[in-house]
Design a binder for this molecule. Sequence first.
Ligand code: SF4
Length: 216
Amino acid sequence: MPAAPPAAPAPITSSAALSLFEEKVPGDTLLKIREDLGECTRCKLHKGRNKLVFGDGNPHAQLVFVGEGPGADEDLQGLPFVGRAGKLLTQMIEAMGLQRKDVYICNVVKCRPPENRTPEPDEVQTCSPFLLRQLDVINPKVVVCLGACASKALLQTNRGISQYRGEWQDWRGRKLMATYHPAYLLRNPPAKADVWKDLQKVMAELGLPLPKKKSP
Ligand code: SF4
């Protein structure tokens, strides 16, 4: 008897993501979302947290970067992407002709996972509604997912990021681009070229002039 065919990969769809938080909160603001989080203990990540990392940047940004979760530096400072990977993200943003204050930066989970492990599904599920509210309030033209965790969380897919990295996805009425996380680029510098290609697509979508500089 022939072996059963492998299960089809989960589709990339926005409908499942919508089910995480079906309705927009009327009159929602970033301040209200932060107040609703409070000293959050909704998932076990609160146990090891120093500071909750809500997000940072322009509340009206056309471009939002979504990472995985805070690391050690972020946990101490309460700000996203301020460690080594954050410095590389800053370089990437500046290579796009922007500054950090022009964009908004946040993560899927707002408290540091122990030893920087990948957030677990229950943690992602518990924290994601707050991220979706942030994205609805900011209402950017483009969302860039940095790495597999953010991509899987927002697109609700199990597909490997390399299968759709660099391709535009429709997501809740916006354009979403998945690309590699800066921490991955620190371990695999040759992948910077791929990310730079993705970011140039983002620049074109936002109407930003393409610089001559090769890559960050
Ligand atoms: Fe709350 Fe999110 Fe922190 Fe979990 S990671 S405790 S849900 S803020």
